[in-house]
Each structure stands twice: as C-alpha cells, then as structure tokens.
Design a binder for this molecule. Sequence first.
Ligand SMILES: N[C@@H](CCC(=O)N[C@@H](CS)C(=O)NCC(=O)O)C(=O)O
Length: 209
Amino acid sequence: MADYTLFTNPMSRGQIARWALHEAAADYDTELVDWQDKPQALLDVNPMGKVPTLVHHHLGHDHVITECAAICHYLGAMQAPELGPKAEEMADYFRLLFFAAGPIEQAVVSRSMGWSVDDPQKQGMLGFGSYEKAMDAFETLLSDRDYVCGERFTMADVYVGSQVDWGLSFGSIPKRQVFEDYAGRLRERPAYMTAKAIDMKLIEEVQNG
Ligand SMILES: N[C@@H](CCC(=O)N[C@@H](CS)C(=O)NCC(=O)O)C(=O)O
C-alpha cells in the first residue's frame, strides 16, 4: 500500500491535491470517484463525500485530510519541510493561503452563482467584502513578489496558484498581468506538468468512454 490514498475526480479540485502530492514527492494511490456512485470508502472517511480527500497511512494509523489548502500545507509539513515556511515567511505564507481559501474562494463562487451585495454596510459583513475589493487586494498582495513568500516557491503556492490558474482558465478572476505572470511561473513547474498530464489523460479516458 502506498503512503497516501487520494480520492479524486480528474475534473475537480482534486487536481490541486495531485499537484501538491507531486511537489512533495509523496507516494500515493489514486481512487477515482464517480459523482453518481461514490465509493463507500470515501463516505466512510469524509461525511461531505467531497474530493479531494486524502488519507495518510502513517505508523499504523489512517489520518484523513480534506480541504485543498490544508492538504497542501499538510503534505509540505509531512513530506517536504523545505517547501514549508521559514520563520520569516510564516506571515505571508499563512496570510495568503487563508486569504485564497476564504475570501478569494467566496468571491469567485458568489460571482459564478450570480450573487452580489451592493449595500456597502452589508458588504462589511461579508468576509470577502466584494468581488472587486477581494481581487484588487489579491493583486496587490502578489504584485511585489514572484511567489507567496517572495522569491521562493512554497506549498502555499500550490493552493494560491491554483486559485489563480483555475480562475484565469475559467474567467472567474480578471486577466491582470500580475495574475498571468504568477500563473505562468507555476505552469512551468515539473510537478505541475506531471500532475496536470495525469488528470488530462484521465479526463480523456472518461470522455472517450
Ligand atoms: N472546500 C473543499 C471543496 C471541495 C469540493 O467542493 N469538491 C467538489 C469538486 S471540485 C466535490 O467533491 N463535489 C462533489 C460533491 O460535492 O458531491 C476543498 O477546498 O477541498
């Protein structure tokens, strides 16, 4: 048995976890999840029945990790500490990781669902304020650096970068130079390319029956 089991579907956020597994050079098996017929083994470990769900088989215990941002950090911490934050990088690392998983995710999803709140007072109650405010802040936070922590790639870039990469591909975040340049750097990473190729091949297989 491999060290990790990844429950995923190639057309899902599971792509983020696969990229993280490859960045961390982790040993893993894939369990493909059919939305119409989810495996009992997935439902047993994740009451949400969502993917990605990662199970770490470690020293006789099965540890279950869900939420892409948490999966990225966990894999860094357990498998590739050099891709985790140094003391002086912690603030940027956690700030952007949580900003992307909270406000940016909410801004993107609310917009794609057609929800918006125009009342400035009510916007103050929303964690992301407004789509425009969240995107402007995201651009500012990424504008003076190559990666989340500055000049060095860390596991936070897998998650933050996926939000940008996916957002640009699906038109859910604006095509601004800062976002394009950041995504361009990440798309050149060998682990990104390897993971992407695996999911693209799986998608092709599903589409060709
Ligand atoms: N907050 C979760 C979101 C996971 C999620 O919503 N996954 C979707 C696919 S992208 C899913 O499993 N959908 C199928 C379902 O909910 O039945 C994360 O960041 O991992």
